[in-house]
Design a protein around this ligand. Sequence first.
Ligand code: NAD
Length: 369
Amino acid sequence: MKLKIAILAGDGIGPEVTLEATNILKAVADLGGHDFTFTPALIGGVAITESGSPLPQATLDAALDSDAVLLGAVGDNKFGALPPDKRPEAGLLQIRQALGGYANLRPSVAYPALSGNSPLRPEVTEGADILFVRELLGGLYFGAPRWWNRESNEAINTMRYTRDEVARIARIAFELASKRRKKVTSVDKANVLEVSQLWRATVTEIARDYPDVKLEHQLVDSMAMHLMNTPRNFDVVLTENLFGDILSDEAAVITGSLGMLPSATIGGTVNLYEPVHGSAPDIAGQGKANPLGAILTAAMILRHSARLEEDAAAVEAAVQKVLADGHRTADIATGSGSSQPIATTQQMGKLVHNALAEAIDRRHAMHAV
Ligand code: NAD
């Protein structure tokens, strides 16, 4: 298996966590005999310092010439006085736009070992494993007209979708659900909004091509409640842009730490993979960053770009094992009751690496007999 991965480590803790994620990808390549190549490129504040632009042309070229892009995080307070389109964060918006992904995938998993980290009771979160599939290029964020008239004190945004935009994201949700627990929950506000009625009709139509996947519709307001009451009832949750933005953040409390959350944006020219967290300037350079969100993001590269499902699952299992063994970075140490010393970013990466290598060795030994 050949894969060209552009590594855009970015600012703050971005390079620290991206290094650990890259080490995991290298280990999968070495142990499985795959040919992964890694092309580092600059984005964000480091790119401004080096070249004057948060997304230099060379970075865009490297990204477009790759099979997958792994992005750490961008953001550096020292550029806070610059206009928004010149700041580090502009590089992130520009690359997302240039790669054109329309499907944002965000898993929300309750790790048994971290049940004390979620504000929800363990018996509520137990067994929760949700994959949000959020439409990313349509809806209120992009619909026209949009304006704010300061004279008349009136403003407008437009929630607009076409059938084709809904159909393509629905297909992604059903494809993913068919490889998971075979259930799609489609979220809308069809009791009030025409755009949601189109959404519901289209999703229902696409569902006919996936008879083995169960479809249910939920109104967004009751969904917000069900997510917290019975998170384990959901498998794939399909949403338009704004609803997905809000609900996926809400569901992050199931996992309990920002440092644990991965994401992928697929469907464009090149898939873009990023941990959900930012550059965390408050802990940058101190070895305190939790690399597990970035490592779980690497697992998503293996699943969605390399199509190495077994290896993706092995990385996720290695993370679970390290947590079950009581290892914690500072952000997830509270309430764990673990007697293990707090792990640094590098130590956590190494622990996952060791657990993964052992699992892959065992798998090879089993295949050999
Ligand atoms: P943040 O995600 O960087 O940090 C929020 C809090 O969570 C901080 O206390 C931080 O220490 C902690 N945290 C985040 N990731 C962690 C990890 N892996 N391990 C341990 N603790 C972690 O959000 P913020 O403080 O609002 O923003 C900081 C900068 O990052 C800003 O410049 C912002 O614009 C940028 N940002 C970038 C992205 C991105 O690159 N995708 C996302 C959000 C924010």
